[in-house]
Design a protein around this ligand. Structure first.
Ligand code: JFZ
Length: 421
């Protein structure tokens, strides 16, 4: 199998991804109008799959194009939300599995310029991301296309009859070229569900991307290990750390596309803890919003984003540009460990029972301990327990602390190291 050898001089610029840690995913399209329901019937599961899950006839689904008019969709407002939340990049579903393009595509008429709104939504977000300093990324479903006769359709038994190579050459690659030539620097193409694509087809697609924008990263879901980084399964949090690039795509409730009945909202605390835990394992966190058919962002999502932004504006050092640290040798649920050179961050989300925090088996020499957001120094004891294990005891007795709380431990090493138990 031919490897895609990338010489040192054309390795993509990964620094924005490695340091940025936190991005916004936006699932928006014709499915947003249906909001999980069609002719009184509710789809099971994720709402952007409604055409497939409810077997909506294509002729029926395509009528949504004549209704598509998200008058409340405001790219600048959404970019401001992302910026205030501490997000560094934004990934918009340019074309999801339904095949509908959110830009002025000359390749296929099935796009937002030919809809009621006559808007190039990809362009609107390109300009807004530039103004707000967000890295602009695009989701593109490269194999599934429920409108094109040669696009794959998951869970249907018609795929063997498809001429996928024709689809790849006449829709997929030409549309990728449109996106990479006409909308400025694209930080990443978020490919998804390669289906029955062959290695050669995926490699061909990768070369197409790199031939136009060499620095554009490719997500792991191009398949065959050809991605510039790995993508976990949806909402699937690993339990091992990795210093390779990887990303966790996460929802705030249980759907990507807007679903009116889905009120399974996670709390801001749960999502913030998951963000910190993902970063502690070396990953990026791509958190989704699903605007409704009018383009409004659900208020529950806005609140979560504002809560996260309130934490990160004062504690961002605990995630940005951090690198994985030695694995903490004991199971505990008091704090999450992140860190960078000479700095260990301990993020606490639950009030401590006692007025001190013990960190065991830390090998590094501690120089200073403080509350990250206020800079207030904390007293600490750096000693040994009865078994001779080195431990650090941080005195929280004389300070009023709010939770979540991040404690910064300055030490002498390039990374925190812990003795095994
Ligand atoms: C895919 C899409 O089907 C879904 O609609 C959404 O866009 C999500 C972000 O990505 O869903 C997947 C794809 C792959 C896995 C899980 C869900 N996976 O590999 O575990």
């Amino acid at each position: 199998m031919e490897a895609v050898e990338e010489s040192r001089n054309n390795r993509p610029n990964i620094e924005w991804f490695r340091k940025g840690k936190f991005g916004m995913f936006i699932h928006f399209g014709l499915y947003s109008i249906l909001a999980g329901k069609w002719k009184g019937k509710e789809c099971r599961g994720i709402a952007e799959w409604i055409q497939n899950s409810l077997d909506i006839p294509l002729s029926e689904y395509k009528k949504l194009q004549d209704e598509f008019n998200p008058q409340h969709l405001d790219a600048r407002y959404i970019c401001q939300l992302a910026k205030d939340a501490g997000m560094k990049y934004l990934c918009l579903t340019a074309k999801h599995h339904d095949g509908f393009a959110l830009w002025d595509s000359k390749v296929s008429k099935y796009n937002s310029m030919n809809s009621l709104c006559k808007r190039d939504i990809v362009k609107e977000f390109s300009e807004a991301c530039k103004d707000f300093g967000l890295v602009y990324c695009l989701y593109y479903s490269q194999a599934q296309d429920w409108e094109d006769p040669n696009g794959y359709i998951a869970y249907k038994d018609e795929n063997e009859k498809k001429n996928f190579r024709f689809y790849l050459e006449h829709k997929c690659k030409p549309q990728i070229e449109e996106l990479l030539r006409n909308y400025g620097p694209i930080g990443m193409i978020w490919f998804d569900t390669p289906m029955q694509m062959t290695y050669e087809e995926a490699l061909d697609l990768k070369k197409t991307v790199k031939s136009i924008q060499a620095d554009c990263l490719i997500s792991g879901r191009i398949g065959f290990g050809l991605g510039d980084y790995r993508t976990t399964g949806d909402n699937m949090l690993p339990n091992i750390a990795s210093d390779k690039l990887w990303e966790l795509p996460a929802t705030m409730n249980t759907t990507w596309g807007y679903k009116e009945s889905d009120n399974n909202w996670r709390t801001s605390k749960e999502i913030l803890e998951e963000l910190l835990f993902t970063v502690s394992l070396g990953g990026n966190y791509l958190l989704n919003i699903g605007p409704d058919g009018s383009g409004k962002v659900p208020l529950e999502s806005v609140k979560i984003l504002r809560d996260i932004g309130s934490f990160l504006c004062r504690n961002g050092d605990s995630i940005y540009a951090t690198e994985i640290q030695d694995r903490y040798p004991y199971y505990q649920d008091k704090f999450i460990v992140t860190g960078k050179k000479k700095c260990l961050y301990l993020s606490l989300f639950n009030r401590l029972e006692y007025k001190s925090l013990e960190v065991f088996n830390l090998k590094n020499k501690v120089k200073l301990v403080k509350i990250l957001q206020s800079g207030k120094k904390l007293e600490f004891y750096d000693g040994f327990d009865l078994e001779g294990h080195h431990y650090l005891s941080i005195d929280l007795d004389r300070v009023d602390v709010d939770y979540p709380l991040v404690i910064e431990v300055e030490h002498d090493g390039d990374r925190a190291e812990f003795e095994e138990f």
